[in-house]
Ligand binder design. Sequence first.
Ligand code: 2HA
Ligand code: ZN
Length: 274
Amino acid sequence: MSILDVKIMQDYIRACNDGWEQGWHERNGGNLTYRMRAEEVEACRPYFNAPREWVKMDVCAPHLGGEYFLTTGSGKFFRNVVLDPAHSIGIVEINDEGNAWRVVWGLENGARPTSEFPSHFLNHAVRVKATDGACRVIYHAHPANIIAMTYTLPLTAKAFSRALWQSATECPVVFPGGVGVVPWMVPGGADIALATSKQMEEFEAVVWAHHGLFCSGPDLDITFGLMHTIEKAAEIYNLVMSTGGGKVLQTITDENLLAIAKDFGVQLREDFLD
Ligand code: 2HA
Ligand code: ZN
């Protein structure tokens, strides 16, 4: 047995590789964090190394004190996760105050959690509250089509949510709450982390203009599926705009969107309709 035989490790590594295979993770692009269940921590604990030193963060979330997160490493490539997990990903423990982390497994040779760990951490903090503790995953990727849309659409939650909903019939069912948008900001720091987590109070997915997408969810399948669904809708949107030269003859109307919401029993954000 090794830690790599534990199911959550296998599922997490598979999610990283699936993202690589989708083309969402050029070079060291993107990052994935997972808040482990108590039983998953116990299954992994026999393989933990002696903990490293505590590293203080600029952000704080006391209700995440004592949690353990699986995280991709700063500067590490998703492409390499499946080949070399111990150097590419790791497990960090959060201190009781919720303002520092320390590595307990992986991230070998002194690697650190993703440069976006402050954003992930604050997003977890907000989504855990917004979902009564159900949220466990924050996933950031660089899918080309959703990024391309941030050059041609107003950077508002309404414009993006509506355009995506109208691009594929399943969208209003998969993300009836819509998506948030953060304008262009310097990545990696506390400012973009705060701006993103503010959006995450309302939305389970947030677009970063000219950069990528953040998705949240209760497990790896649902969160990966949300990223996949949004990016596919964005691809359709861009195909329509480019093949039709911006001319649309017919679309999914606001009435259609309401009919879907009614039949599927989901609460669509109606203030995003015209
Ligand atoms: O890890 O995606 O936003 C590289 C990034 C930073
Ligand atoms: Zn990024």
